[in-house]
Design a protein around this ligand. Sequence first.
Ligand code: TYD
Ligand code: MG
Length: 483
Amino acid sequence: MIFSFLLVAATRDASSIEFMAKRTQSFICQACGAVYTRWQGKCDACGAWSTVAEEAAAAPLPGASGPQRSKKGRIFPLEGLIGEASESPRMPSGIGELDRVTGGGFVPGSVILLGGDPGIGKSTLLMQASAALANKGERVVYISGEEATGQVRLRAERLELSRAPVELASETNVEDIIATLSKGASPRLVIIDSIQTMWSELVDSAPGTVTQVRGSAQALIRYAKTSGASVILVGHVTKDGQIAGPRVVEHMVDAVASFEGDGAQHFRILRAAKNRFGPTDEIGVFEMTGLGLREVTNPSALFLEGRDTESAGTAVFAGMEGTRPVLVEFQALVAPSSLGTPRRAVVGWDQNRLSMVMAVLEAHGGLKLGGYDVYLNVAGGLKIDEPAADAAAAAALISSLSATPLPATRVYMGEIGLTGALRPVGQVAARLKEAAKLGFNSAVIPKAGAEATGQTPLSVKPISDAADLVASIIAGRKRPSGS
Ligand code: TYD
Ligand code: MG
């Protein structure tokens, strides 16, 4: 009887492909949630070491019904694709950079997981969003499981938001929280800071374990769906994944956003990794100031701040982050190596992409990079994953190798193929417009698709391939024969 009961619980949890029945103890990876029958040093599922810990077997998840439910299912009507389709109403926070990432505001009944390193500014951002919504007359509840109400008040005071009618509590028991929230008018926004501190009585594991995090998240998600409140779960991510990771929650929520930044720098970037109700390629840019997070509406100016325009090895990329053009500087250093295997180090760009671009420059551009250490950095702490950045990275490499500074007012864009050809990029007109706005006066773009530039005050230089790019930078250099 008890076995079948556990079996129902285990198979009911769609997320666990593992089998949990017949055991009172199981071993669960605290990083990814994989379940094992005995302890092991390395998790086979995620490859992490020393993350498998013993936990009591999972109890039925809150709200999941037991074996007493009738075996016969309820019959429900199936519908066609044509029918009522309503666009979800949105609740904008008024913080433009946040609304850009959520896709125009919070969706009622949806759950967002906000991840990020401790101390990056998650609580600050959410306090600012809560206050903004509360000031608009919406009911907002902020539950802090980490800090006492006094500490949260101090933060609000520092942010000069003390007068906002946000309802505050310091609680960690999920059942108590849901009971409190269910009393009176349903809140429009609930902040749970953080999901790792929550625990449910219905889950028979220590607080902070994967089973507890998953059980608590499930209960809060169910609350969001039934009450129509928009819930934000905060999750800490540590680099070594030692804490019960919020990764186990990612597939259950509607949207996953991460708040990133470089400790040394004041920029913070909010990025959506998954969004059922909006885009995933938009970024929100903030600056951490003494008065909390300030929106950065023109990130290009910020990323290009303090640029060294005289030296060789830098090229400006006209990129797109979602619908917004963003200009960033690629910096390269190509220096003779004293090592048998020269070093290649990249920050803010893909290592494999660098290897590929270097190989193409060697094979089709006639450059000799073999004996050199190569370093590449994207200034400002931004991570670029657009293939269109190839041309800018290549230009910075060529410039550094040949000690030829590039024109300070030129931008680069274009994807480089393995044949050496520069492939067309999308939204050329928007990129050129942003470049013109920031005072650039020329642009290197792929010859293929060059007709899509539209009206632009920039002088456009169409380039057909890698050899062309090399020749345009190293003046008077002959194209290698055969290409
Ligand atoms: P916090 O929001 O508590 O981070 P998280 O919730 O992600 O752990 O922010 C912590 C850091 O932000 C802390 O080092 C202090 C800094 N900070 C400011 O610089 N200005 C401010 O106005 C506030 C509230 C915090
Ligand atoms: Mg916090």
